[in-house]
Unconditional design. Structure first.
Length: 567
């Protein structure tokens, strides 16, 4: 369960990193276009916002001037005229407020209304109309009070006296309630502090009555002070205070338009985050599409190969590298032909050509020299298969040499004897050395198979055949097995090391489908057949472990190219 969770977390991290890389690549590609569109939008909106700001300011100045002139005309009007104008202002304010409540910016945007700068302009003008009319109404109310006070000074003074007496009565009632409360608290004593006694609740009622009377006293006192202040500050007859516009309250009406204008200006000049978002947002759908294609396209290709090309290749005739080539029956069944080490008997007149790391021990007196290349007719194949800078051993008398891997504890070595006239198709990566007569190197022949689907599906277009007589030194992980192919045998392509030149070689589709779709197994297996045919394979393929799977694209391409040339 822990390994499954780690695998899921690793897959999720890898996909997130891949998605982030795709987003960054697409964003970098479309950065200039996204930046230009962003600047176009800002430049297109800012003039409209600035025009709306100028229009709102001009409308405010014109309306303020008109209302100031109207207030000046009403400075000498009577109470009736002032009341009529106040009622007109009340109706206008109520109508504008209904319009503001019925029309919101969100509903206008959802209904496909005017652009945002125009909506803000209309809202600002409507709020200016409401606020200026409210200020004019307050001015007319003050003017009416003054006119009323001038016309009815005696009534105003009488009203002042009435308000004074009302305050005196309220204060006297408040004092009586305080005395009653104090007397009851003294009489009740400790009972008034216990919540379950009637005295406690009666004392609470007295406290509420005291608070109520105190509030009534404060209201009466405020009314008295207001009337007193009106009489004290009453202007001299014949003078009227001019109508003044409260600029601070009008600034609140222009606040939404001004905030949007400042936001657009700052976004144009400073907001890197907003600019980055505008650059990334257009490529997000494309990034999701690329991520989906990253998974779906390989799956579709694998499905096509599995259900179309692999069955088609299975119906094609098998390959035979060297028809009629003799093959020695080496075993009646599968045989493990390798061991951790082998003792090689080097006869006089023979030479052992081997990679230095596979020559473990040798007797004294054996002549040792360096062979720069395994086969000068195939230099690139020799270099790619690590068959260069080899050790060449020669003996004047019979000598035993121990051959073993000194670098990989899981590797075993095998000796494959190829008789005269016999040929074996071998992958050079499996070869670490050979024993032959001096001056009689085995011939290596290239066999191209460009016209068969088997070769193209396996990406192996060339096969190398080693002709005897010689003894080949091979290596394989966990051992090398030799099996007879009579009746037909199937094996993983990654494990195949070689086969007899007269064997019928074909590819078959690997079963089942889901492991192949997930990349857990290859598409094709090797199939060998023939009465005298045999094949070699290593017990554990070299790329079987997850740590041996190549993830570098260049390394994968290089391996595919080497495989195409049979290396």
């Amino acid at each position: 369960m822990g390994r499954l969770l780690l695998k899921l977390l690793h897959t999720l991290r890898r996909n997130l990193m891949l998605f982030a890389a795709i987003v960054l690549v697409l964003a970098a590609g479309g950065w200039l276009r996204g930046e230009w569109r962003h600047i176009q939008r800002i430049v297109g909106e800012l003039p409209a916002l600035r025009t709306a700001w100028a229009d709102a300011g001009a409308h405010q100045a014109a309306l303020a001037q008109a209302l100031a002139g109207q207030a000046k005309q009403l400075s000498g009007a009577g109470v009736g005229q002032l009341d009529a104008q106040i009622r007109v202002l009340d109706q206008q304010i109520a109508s504008l407020q209904r319009q503001r409540e019925e029309t919101t910016l969100l509903s206008s945007a959802l209904q496909g209304g005017a652009p945002l700068p125009q909506q803000l302009r209309q809202a600002a003008m409507r709020d200016i109309d409401i606020e200026l009319r409210r200020q004019q109404r307050a001015h007319l109310l003050r003017l009416r009070g003054r006119v009323d006070a001038l016309a009815n000074r005696a009534a105003a003074l009488d009203r002042l006296e009435q308000r004074r007496l009302a305050h005196v009565r309220a204060y006297a009632a408040y004092q009586d309630a305080l005395r009653q409360r104090a007397a009851f608290a003294d009489a009740a004593g400790l009972r008034a502090r216990i919540a379950i006694t009637p005295s406690y609740w009666q004392l609470r009622d007295l406290d509420q009555q005291v608070r109520r009377l105190r509030g009534a006293t404060d209201q009466a006192h405020k009314a008295f002070l207001a009337q007193q202040g009106l009489i004290v500050r009453f202007p001299a007859p014949g003078t009227v205070a001019a109508f003044q516009v409260d600029e601070a309250r009008l600034a609140m009406a222009l606040a939404p338009l001004r905030a949007r204008l400042l936001e657009a200006e700052q976004l144009e000049a400073h907001s890197a985050a907003w600019q980055a978002w505008l650059a990334v947002r257009p490529v997000l759908p494309v990034a999701f599409g690329v991520l989906a294609a990253w998974w779906l396209v390989p799956a579709a290709i694998r499905t096509l190969f599995y259900f179309v090309l692999a069955p088609l290749a299975a119906r094609r005739p098998p390959l035979v590298i060297a028809p009629g080539a003799p093959a020695t029956r080496r075993a009646t069944r599968d045989t493990l032909v390798s061991a951790v080490s082998h003792r090689v008997c080097l006869a006089p007149g023979h030479a052992l050509l081997i990679r230095p790391e596979y020559c473990q021990s040798q007797p004294a007196g054996v002549a040792v020299s360096t062979a720069l290349m395994f086969d000068w007719r195939h230099p690139f194949t020799s270099i790619a298969a690590h068959l260069w800078m080899l050790r060449e051993l020669r003996a004047t008398r019979a000598a035993e040499i121990v051959v073993s891997s000194t670098v990989d504890p899981l590797e075993e070595v095998a000796l494959l004897e190829v008789g005269a006239g016999e040929a074996v198709v071998l992958q050079p990566r499996a070869l670490v050395g050979l024993i032959c007569k001096r001056g009689q190197r085995p011939a290596i022949r290239s066999h191209w198979r460009l016209g068969t689907l088997h070769a193209w599906l396996t990406l192996q277009l060339r096969y190398l055949a080693f002709e005897g007589p010689a003894t080949l030194v091979l290596h394989g992980r966990r051992g090398v097995r030799l099996e007879q192919a009579a009746g037909g045998r199937t094996i993983s392509q990654d494990a195949t090391l070689g086969f007899s030149a007269g064997a019928s070689y074909a590819t078959v589709r690997a079963e089942p489908f889901l492991p192949y779709l997930r990349g857990r197994q290859a598409l094709l297996h090797d199939r060998f057949a023939g009465d005298d045919a045999w094949y070699l394979y290593e017990e554990v393929p070299r790329n079987a472990g997850p740590d041996r799977q190549k993830s570098n694209p260049l390394e994968v391409l290089l391996d595919a190219g080497l495989k195409a040339f049979g290396i």
